[in-house]
Ligand binder design. Structure first.
Ligand code: TRP
Length: 332
Protein backbone atom coordinates (compact mmCIF):
# COMPACT_ATOMS: atom_id res chain seq x y z
CA UNK A 1 0.00 0.00 0.00
CA UNK A 2 1.44 3.41 -0.93
CA UNK A 3 1.58 5.77 2.02
CA UNK A 4 -1.35 8.18 2.00
CA UNK A 5 -0.36 11.73 1.14
CA UNK A 6 -0.72 14.31 3.94
CA UNK A 7 -4.03 16.15 3.92
CA UNK A 8 -4.07 19.77 2.81
CA UNK A 9 -7.09 21.99 3.22
CA UNK A 10 -7.78 25.61 2.48
CA UNK A 11 -10.56 27.68 1.01
CA UNK A 12 -12.23 30.99 0.35
CA UNK A 13 -15.37 32.79 1.29
CA UNK A 14 -17.62 33.27 -1.72
CA UNK A 15 -17.74 37.06 -1.61
CA UNK A 16 -17.04 37.93 -5.24
CA UNK A 17 -14.46 37.69 -7.95
CA UNK A 18 -10.85 36.83 -7.16
CA UNK A 19 -8.07 39.28 -8.02
CA UNK A 20 -4.35 39.39 -8.73
CA UNK A 21 -3.56 39.46 -5.02
CA UNK A 22 -5.34 36.11 -4.60
CA UNK A 23 -3.54 34.75 -7.65
CA UNK A 24 0.00 35.39 -6.42
CA UNK A 25 -0.82 35.13 -2.71
CA UNK A 26 -2.66 31.81 -2.69
CA UNK A 27 -4.08 30.42 -5.93
CA UNK A 28 -0.73 29.71 -7.60
CA UNK A 29 0.49 27.88 -4.50
CA UNK A 30 -2.63 25.73 -4.48
CA UNK A 31 -2.04 24.71 -8.09
CA UNK A 32 1.56 23.83 -7.27
CA UNK A 33 0.61 21.85 -4.15
CA UNK A 34 -2.58 20.08 -5.20
CA UNK A 35 -0.83 17.01 -6.58
CA UNK A 36 1.67 16.69 -3.78
CA UNK A 37 -0.97 16.48 -1.05
CA UNK A 38 -4.38 14.98 -0.61
CA UNK A 39 -5.94 18.38 -1.26
CA UNK A 40 -9.31 19.80 -0.31
CA UNK A 41 -10.57 23.24 -1.33
CA UNK A 42 -13.57 24.53 0.53
CA UNK A 43 -16.16 27.15 -0.28
CA UNK A 44 -16.71 28.80 3.11
CA UNK A 45 -20.36 29.57 2.49
CA UNK A 46 -21.41 29.66 6.17
CA UNK A 47 -18.75 32.27 6.86
CA UNK A 48 -20.37 34.84 4.56
CA UNK A 49 -23.76 34.75 6.27
CA UNK A 50 -22.77 37.34 8.86
CA UNK A 51 -23.06 40.10 6.29
CA UNK A 52 -25.36 38.42 3.76
CA UNK A 53 -28.41 37.79 5.91
CA UNK A 54 -30.60 39.94 3.68
CA UNK A 55 -29.29 38.54 0.41
CA UNK A 56 -28.36 35.01 1.42
CA UNK A 57 -29.82 33.70 -1.85
CA UNK A 58 -26.89 35.28 -3.64
CA UNK A 59 -24.45 32.90 -1.99
CA UNK A 60 -25.22 30.18 -4.53
CA UNK A 61 -24.34 32.40 -7.47
CA UNK A 62 -21.23 33.66 -5.68
CA UNK A 63 -20.19 30.06 -5.03
CA UNK A 64 -20.55 29.30 -8.72
CA UNK A 65 -18.35 32.28 -9.64
CA UNK A 66 -15.74 31.30 -7.08
CA UNK A 67 -15.46 27.77 -8.45
CA UNK A 68 -15.13 29.15 -12.00
CA UNK A 69 -12.29 31.38 -10.77
CA UNK A 70 -10.62 28.36 -9.18
CA UNK A 71 -10.92 26.32 -12.37
CA UNK A 72 -9.63 29.21 -14.48
CA UNK A 73 -6.27 29.28 -12.71
CA UNK A 74 -5.73 25.53 -12.86
CA UNK A 75 -7.08 24.29 -9.56
CA UNK A 76 -8.10 20.84 -10.71
CA UNK A 77 -11.07 18.84 -9.43
CA UNK A 78 -9.39 15.69 -10.71
CA UNK A 79 -6.47 16.30 -8.37
CA UNK A 80 -8.25 17.91 -5.44
CA UNK A 81 -11.66 17.79 -3.80
CA UNK A 82 -13.81 20.94 -4.07
CA UNK A 83 -16.60 21.12 -1.49
CA UNK A 84 -19.01 23.44 0.33
CA UNK A 85 -19.04 23.96 4.08
CA UNK A 86 -22.85 24.00 4.12
CA UNK A 87 -23.08 20.61 2.38
CA UNK A 88 -21.23 18.77 5.14
CA UNK A 89 -23.37 17.97 8.21
CA UNK A 90 -20.30 16.51 9.96
CA UNK A 91 -18.77 20.00 10.17
CA UNK A 92 -21.77 21.23 12.13
CA UNK A 93 -21.64 18.19 14.34
CA UNK A 94 -17.98 18.70 15.13
CA UNK A 95 -18.68 22.34 16.04
CA UNK A 96 -20.98 20.98 18.77
CA UNK A 97 -18.18 19.02 20.43
CA UNK A 98 -15.66 21.82 20.04
CA UNK A 99 -18.03 24.41 21.46
CA UNK A 100 -17.60 22.87 24.94
CA UNK A 101 -13.83 23.07 24.71
CA UNK A 102 -13.43 26.82 24.23
CA UNK A 103 -14.52 29.80 26.28
CA UNK A 104 -16.16 32.98 25.08
CA UNK A 105 -13.25 34.91 26.62
CA UNK A 106 -10.79 32.96 24.50
CA UNK A 107 -12.75 33.68 21.31
CA UNK A 108 -12.90 37.38 22.17
CA UNK A 109 -9.09 37.49 22.30
CA UNK A 110 -8.80 36.43 18.64
CA UNK A 111 -7.36 39.48 16.82
CA UNK A 112 -8.78 38.46 13.44
CA UNK A 113 -12.30 38.20 14.84
CA UNK A 114 -11.85 41.62 16.48
CA UNK A 115 -10.63 43.14 13.24
CA UNK A 116 -13.37 41.60 11.12
CA UNK A 117 -15.98 42.76 13.60
CA UNK A 118 -14.68 46.32 13.25
CA UNK A 119 -14.83 46.06 9.47
CA UNK A 120 -18.42 44.85 9.71
CA UNK A 121 -19.30 47.80 11.97
CA UNK A 122 -19.54 45.57 15.04
CA UNK A 123 -17.66 45.07 18.26
CA UNK A 124 -16.44 41.64 19.34
CA UNK A 125 -16.48 42.75 22.98
CA UNK A 126 -20.12 43.68 22.87
CA UNK A 127 -22.83 41.21 23.88
CA UNK A 128 -24.56 42.12 20.65
CA UNK A 129 -22.10 40.19 18.51
CA UNK A 130 -23.72 37.07 17.02
CA UNK A 131 -22.74 33.65 18.30
CA UNK A 132 -21.82 32.58 14.76
CA UNK A 133 -19.51 35.53 14.20
CA UNK A 134 -17.66 35.02 17.45
CA UNK A 135 -17.45 31.31 16.69
CA UNK A 136 -15.80 31.71 13.27
CA UNK A 137 -12.57 30.16 14.56
CA UNK A 138 -14.49 27.18 15.94
CA UNK A 139 -16.26 26.57 12.66
CA UNK A 140 -12.94 26.95 10.89
CA UNK A 141 -11.34 24.40 13.22
CA UNK A 142 -14.15 22.01 12.32
CA UNK A 143 -13.59 22.69 8.58
CA UNK A 144 -10.01 21.59 9.00
CA UNK A 145 -10.31 18.81 11.55
CA UNK A 146 -13.34 16.95 10.18
CA UNK A 147 -10.84 15.87 7.50
CA UNK A 148 -7.98 15.53 9.97
CA UNK A 149 -6.25 18.20 7.90
CA UNK A 150 -2.53 18.59 8.49
CA UNK A 151 -1.44 21.46 6.29
CA UNK A 152 -3.38 24.69 5.82
CA UNK A 153 -2.09 27.24 3.28
CA UNK A 154 -3.42 30.62 4.42
CA UNK A 155 -2.58 34.30 4.67
CA UNK A 156 -1.11 35.80 7.79
CA UNK A 157 -4.46 37.15 8.95
CA UNK A 158 -5.63 33.55 9.39
CA UNK A 159 -2.88 32.54 11.83
CA UNK A 160 -5.00 33.23 14.93
CA UNK A 161 -7.64 30.86 13.53
CA UNK A 162 -5.01 28.20 12.96
CA UNK A 163 -3.76 28.64 16.51
CA UNK A 164 -7.32 28.18 17.74
CA UNK A 165 -7.62 25.05 15.60
CA UNK A 166 -4.46 23.62 17.15
CA UNK A 167 -5.70 24.44 20.63
CA UNK A 168 -9.03 22.73 19.98
CA UNK A 169 -7.26 19.65 18.62
CA UNK A 170 -5.11 19.53 21.78
CA UNK A 171 -8.05 20.09 24.11
CA UNK A 172 -10.05 17.37 22.41
CA UNK A 173 -7.14 14.94 22.52
CA UNK A 174 -6.52 15.69 26.19
CA UNK A 175 -10.16 15.25 27.14
CA UNK A 176 -11.03 12.19 25.07
CA UNK A 177 -7.83 10.57 23.80
CA UNK A 178 -5.31 11.20 21.05
CA UNK A 179 -7.28 11.62 17.82
CA UNK A 180 -6.72 14.84 15.89
CA UNK A 181 -3.48 16.07 14.30
CA UNK A 182 -2.33 19.62 15.08
CA UNK A 183 -2.49 21.22 11.65
CA UNK A 184 0.25 23.57 10.54
CA UNK A 185 -0.18 26.77 8.56
CA UNK A 186 1.69 27.21 5.31
CA UNK A 187 2.36 30.88 4.67
CA UNK A 188 2.73 32.26 1.18
CA UNK A 189 6.29 33.16 0.18
CA UNK A 190 5.20 36.02 -2.04
CA UNK A 191 4.93 39.36 -0.27
CA UNK A 192 1.43 40.80 -0.31
CA UNK A 193 0.59 42.53 -3.59
CA UNK A 194 -0.50 46.11 -2.89
CA UNK A 195 -3.69 47.57 -4.38
CA UNK A 196 -3.36 49.99 -7.31
CA UNK A 197 -3.48 52.91 -4.86
CA UNK A 198 -0.68 51.42 -2.73
CA UNK A 199 -3.08 50.42 0.07
CA UNK A 200 -4.19 46.90 0.95
CA UNK A 201 -5.79 45.31 -2.10
CA UNK A 202 -9.48 44.70 -1.60
CA UNK A 203 -12.65 44.44 -3.57
CA UNK A 204 -14.39 47.11 -1.56
CA UNK A 205 -11.64 49.69 -2.08
CA UNK A 206 -11.90 49.37 -5.88
CA UNK A 207 -8.11 49.07 -6.13
CA UNK A 208 -7.91 45.52 -7.47
CA UNK A 209 -7.45 43.96 -10.90
CA UNK A 210 -9.74 40.95 -11.17
CA UNK A 211 -8.88 37.75 -12.98
CA UNK A 212 -11.86 38.42 -15.21
CA UNK A 213 -10.98 42.02 -16.16
CA UNK A 214 -10.73 42.71 -19.90
CA UNK A 215 -7.59 44.28 -21.41
CA UNK A 216 -9.47 47.59 -21.69
CA UNK A 217 -10.48 47.48 -18.02
CA UNK A 218 -6.93 46.69 -17.00
CA UNK A 219 -5.49 49.58 -19.00
CA UNK A 220 -8.07 51.91 -17.50
CA UNK A 221 -7.32 50.75 -13.96
CA UNK A 222 -3.57 51.04 -14.52
CA UNK A 223 -3.96 54.65 -15.60
CA UNK A 224 -5.01 55.48 -12.05
CA UNK A 225 -2.29 53.40 -10.39
CA UNK A 226 -0.06 55.18 -7.92
CA UNK A 227 3.41 56.25 -9.07
CA UNK A 228 6.17 58.08 -7.20
CA UNK A 229 4.54 61.47 -6.51
CA UNK A 230 7.95 63.17 -6.69
CA UNK A 231 8.46 62.09 -10.28
CA UNK A 232 6.62 64.71 -12.36
CA UNK A 233 8.45 64.60 -15.68
CA UNK A 234 9.79 61.49 -17.39
CA UNK A 235 13.30 62.86 -16.87
CA UNK A 236 12.84 63.17 -13.08
CA UNK A 237 14.34 60.32 -11.06
CA UNK A 238 11.70 58.03 -9.54
CA UNK A 239 11.63 55.53 -6.71
CA UNK A 240 10.25 52.15 -7.90
CA UNK A 241 9.27 51.40 -4.31
CA UNK A 242 6.83 54.30 -4.50
CA UNK A 243 5.46 53.11 -7.83
CA UNK A 244 2.81 50.38 -7.71
CA UNK A 245 3.16 49.31 -11.37
CA UNK A 246 6.92 48.93 -10.79
CA UNK A 247 6.18 46.60 -7.89
CA UNK A 248 3.77 44.58 -10.02
CA UNK A 249 6.53 44.23 -12.63
CA UNK A 250 8.81 42.76 -9.98
CA UNK A 251 6.18 40.16 -9.15
CA UNK A 252 4.94 39.27 -12.64
CA UNK A 253 8.12 39.72 -14.74
CA UNK A 254 11.14 39.94 -12.43
CA UNK A 255 13.68 39.93 -15.24
CA UNK A 256 12.09 42.66 -17.29
CA UNK A 257 11.49 44.60 -14.09
CA UNK A 258 15.20 44.99 -13.56
CA UNK A 259 15.71 47.10 -16.64
CA UNK A 260 12.34 48.84 -16.74
CA UNK A 261 12.50 49.91 -13.11
CA UNK A 262 16.06 51.11 -13.56
CA UNK A 263 14.81 53.26 -16.45
CA UNK A 264 12.08 54.62 -14.18
CA UNK A 265 14.58 55.34 -11.43
CA UNK A 266 17.07 57.07 -13.73
CA UNK A 267 14.59 59.29 -15.53
CA UNK A 268 14.70 57.43 -18.82
CA UNK A 269 11.21 55.96 -18.57
CA UNK A 270 7.99 57.49 -17.29
CA UNK A 271 5.04 55.98 -15.44
CA UNK A 272 3.19 55.57 -18.75
CA UNK A 273 6.00 53.44 -20.16
CA UNK A 274 5.96 51.21 -17.11
CA UNK A 275 2.18 50.86 -17.26
CA UNK A 276 2.24 49.99 -20.97
CA UNK A 277 4.83 47.25 -20.37
CA UNK A 278 2.89 45.95 -17.39
CA UNK A 279 -0.42 45.90 -19.31
CA UNK A 280 1.17 43.60 -21.86
CA UNK A 281 2.65 41.30 -19.24
CA UNK A 282 -0.63 41.06 -17.36
CA UNK A 283 -2.51 40.34 -20.55
CA UNK A 284 -0.17 37.46 -21.35
CA UNK A 285 -0.86 36.09 -17.88
CA UNK A 286 -4.61 36.67 -17.79
CA UNK A 287 -5.66 35.79 -21.36
CA UNK A 288 -5.30 32.02 -20.82
CA UNK A 289 -7.01 32.31 -17.42
CA UNK A 290 -9.94 34.13 -19.01
CA UNK A 291 -10.13 31.52 -21.77
CA UNK A 292 -10.11 28.63 -19.30
CA UNK A 293 -12.86 30.31 -17.33
CA UNK A 294 -15.00 30.77 -20.43
CA UNK A 295 -14.52 27.08 -21.29
CA UNK A 296 -15.61 25.95 -17.85
CA UNK A 297 -18.55 28.38 -17.80
CA UNK A 298 -19.77 27.08 -21.17
CA UNK A 299 -20.27 23.54 -19.88
CA UNK A 300 -23.74 23.31 -18.37
CA UNK A 301 -23.82 21.82 -14.86
CA UNK A 302 -20.01 21.50 -14.78
CA UNK A 303 -19.62 23.38 -11.51
CA UNK A 304 -22.63 21.68 -9.93
CA UNK A 305 -21.24 18.27 -10.77
CA UNK A 306 -17.79 19.10 -9.39
CA UNK A 307 -19.30 20.27 -6.12
CA UNK A 308 -21.70 17.32 -5.87
CA UNK A 309 -18.84 14.84 -6.26
CA UNK A 310 -16.56 16.77 -3.90
CA UNK A 311 -19.27 17.17 -1.27
CA UNK A 312 -19.96 13.46 -1.35
CA UNK A 313 -16.32 12.57 -0.88
CA UNK A 314 -15.88 15.10 1.94
CA UNK A 315 -19.01 13.78 3.68
CA UNK A 316 -17.68 10.24 3.41
CA UNK A 317 -14.31 11.14 4.94
CA UNK A 318 -16.08 13.32 7.52
CA UNK A 319 -18.39 10.50 8.56
CA UNK A 320 -15.40 8.29 9.32
CA UNK A 321 -13.89 11.05 11.45
CA UNK A 322 -17.15 11.67 13.28
CA UNK A 323 -17.66 7.98 14.00
CA UNK A 324 -14.31 8.07 15.75
CA UNK A 325 -15.29 11.23 17.62
CA UNK A 326 -18.62 9.81 18.78
CA UNK A 327 -16.95 6.65 20.05
CA UNK A 328 -14.29 8.58 21.94
CA UNK A 329 -16.82 10.87 23.54
CA UNK A 330 -19.70 8.50 24.27
CA UNK A 331 -18.10 5.06 24.01
CA UNK A 332 -18.88 2.27 21.56
N1 TRP B 1 -11.55 32.25 6.98
C1 TRP B 1 -10.98 31.94 5.70
C2 TRP B 1 -10.87 33.25 4.90
O1 TRP B 1 -11.51 34.21 5.24
C3 TRP B 1 -11.81 30.95 4.91
C4 TRP B 1 -11.85 29.60 5.56
C5 TRP B 1 -12.93 29.03 6.17
C6 TRP B 1 -10.78 28.66 5.66
N2 TRP B 1 -12.63 27.82 6.62
C7 TRP B 1 -11.31 27.54 6.33
C8 TRP B 1 -9.45 28.66 5.23
C9 TRP B 1 -10.51 26.41 6.62
C10 TRP B 1 -8.66 27.54 5.52
C11 TRP B 1 -9.20 26.43 6.20
O2 TRP B 1 -10.16 33.29 3.93
Amino acid sequence: MPKQKPILITGDRPTGRLHLGHLVGSLEARVALQRQYESYFLVADYQVLYDHLEDSHQVRALTHELVLDWLSVGMDPNQATFFQQSAIPQIGELVQYFSYLVTIARLRRNPTVKEEAVQAGQDADSDRISLGFLAFPVSQAADILFLKGELVPVGEDQLPHLEQTRELARSFNRAFGQFFPEPKPLLSKTPRLPGLDGKKMSKSRGNAIFLTDSPAEITKKLQKAKGDPKKIHVSDPGDPKECVPCQYLEVFAPEQALELNRGYAEGKLGGADIKAALAEILEAKLAPIRAARADAAAKPKFVDEILAAGNEKARHVGEQTLQGVRELVFGK
